[in-house]
Design a protein around this ligand. Structure first.
Ligand code: LRH
Ligand code: MN
Length: 431
């Protein structure tokens, strides 16, 4: 069944026809440059074609901060409209075939209908995200925590929500549950930090016991926010210890924005790979805190260094290496569809450049402590212009050579602004 296409395929073909000749010339040039290095461009392009990252369902709406949120006209009002927009990103970019949903934000009455709706666009559901950081009317409050709350009734409510997310995920065809909790404290002395982690493990054991065969549970750590003094799952070490305590199907999820600015994230990634606990990523970028900015928009070298570890693991066949790639961003001043298109490309770029690292030269420089040559080996890969390889991979996957140009020319956003009337008065909050 050919998936439904939200954008006229003829428009993509018209745009590609104008760009194809230049692309062929650039691609041939890159092929010659890489051939001189003994690298087969076709092999690189084939790997880029297989690269995939999940779209966060909450990412196609406008994001905001605690100060304000400035909605984009025509933004999605429910999960069905979110999936339509995700289908645009997949049709034009051909690197985002899955969507990671969040509950209760994406709750519907009939999850099988939702699965069918997604399938009609060729979209599949990725890891489900639980939410025990917001209160629902008539429910116990998570003000002082959820899975670690001192009140057993609140912990049981949070556990029940996660069990429900697993049941929903089964109906949607997901194969993982991501558990991020904001539990922590704002004052020294407010929380018994040992008891809090004991309660976390006690609660997670119930959740993990309900994880179906073939599924994984991802623990997402975060340094701070909303808790501003201590966070129960604050860093990769705590996440790793908990994963090893909870079972082999429990792994650590690395959200790039969840670390102090100076943290060496690529080393955390190499550790989690080494001990087979790297569950996956929430890719984004940041300058200060958990800014959830577009991937590669602030520090593209950071993303490259992370992919340098991932490609090394992929090429050496690291045991248990199967990271789930997802974006987790908040689009406050751009069109979310354009930002997600560009962010998927930023990941393809980092992946392609990491594939160009001369690993033999790097290894001998490292073994002979030739620091300059080792760093230069990485620098020469990250300096490679791989745009034509990414464009060729996208075109061969049936996408647009210039997705943002086609998106703008399609006037999709303007059409949706008319089709999705809503009040654009900004209220605060990230989604
Ligand atoms: C927490 C987080 C988590 C999501 C939320 C939307 O900061 O990264 O992954 O549940 O953002
Ligand atoms: Mn995240």
């Amino acid at each position: 069944m050919t998936p439904r296409m939200p954008i006229e395929p003829e428009l993509i073909a018209k745009h590609n026809a104008r760009l194809e000749q230049d692309l062929a010339a650039d691609y041939e040039h890159l092929g010659a440059v890489l051939a001189r290095r003994g690298v087969d461009l076709e092999a690189i392009t084939a790997r880029i074609q297989r690269f995939a990252v999940a779209i966060p369902s909450w990412g196609v709406g406008s994001g905001g901060t605690r100060f304000a949120r400035f909605p984009v006209a025509g933004e999605p009002r429910n999960v069905f409209e979110k999936l339509e927009d995700c289908a645009v990103i997949q049709q034009l970019g051909r690197a985002t075939p899955t969507v990671s949903p969040h509950f209760p934000w994406d709750r519907v009455d009939d999850f099988r209908e939702l699965r069918e709706f997604a399938r009609s666009y060729g979209i599949v559901f990725d890891a489900v995200n639980s939410n025990t950081f917001e209160d629902l009317p008539g429910r116990l409050s998570y003000k002082f925590g959820s899975l670690t709350h001192s009140d057993k009734a609140v912990r049981e409510q949070a556990i029940a929500h996660n069990l429900e997310c697993i049941e929903i995920g089964k109906q949607l065809g997901s194969r993982a549950l991501t558990v991020w909790i904001g539990d922590g404290s704002n004052f020294p002395g407010q929380l018994n930090m040992t008891k809090a982690l004991e309660r976390y493990l006690e609660s997670m054991r119930v959740i993990v016991a309900a994880i179906p065969d073939g599924w994984r549970a991802f623990i997402e750590h975060k340094l701070y926010e909303p808790a501003l003094y201590s966070t129960v799952i604050a860093d990769w070490g705590t996440s790793f210890i908990c994963a090893t305590q909870l079972g082999p199907n429990v792994q650590c999820l690395v959200d790039l924005g969840h670390h102090a600015p100076t943290t060496n994230i690529e080393q955390i990634v190499s550790r989690l790979i080494q001990f087979q606990r790297l569950g996956g990523f929430h890719f984004n970028d940041s300058k200060y805190g958990d800014d959830d900015l577009d991937t590669g928009s602030i520090n593209p070298f950071q993303i490259f260094l992370v992919f340098n570890e991932l490609v090394d693991a992929e090429l050496r066949g690291a045991p248990g290496f199967a990271p789930a790639y997802m974006l987790d961003q908040s689009h406050n001043v751009t069109d979310p569809i354009e930002s997600l298109l560009e962010s998927a490309v930023a990941l393809q770029r980092a992946y392609a450049q990491a594939l160009l690292v001369d690993r033999e030269a790097l290894n001998s420089a490292q073994e002979s402590n030739d620091a300059l040559m080792a760093n230069r080996t990485l620098q020469s890969a990250v300096r490679m212009d791989v745009e034509s390889a990414i464009k060729m991979a996208r075109k061969r996957n049936g996408g647009a050579i210039d997705p943002v140009a086609v998106f703008r020319d399609s006037r999709y956003r303007q059409c949706k602004a008319a089709a999705r009337p809503q009040d654009l008065t900004g209220k605060s909050g990230i989604v």
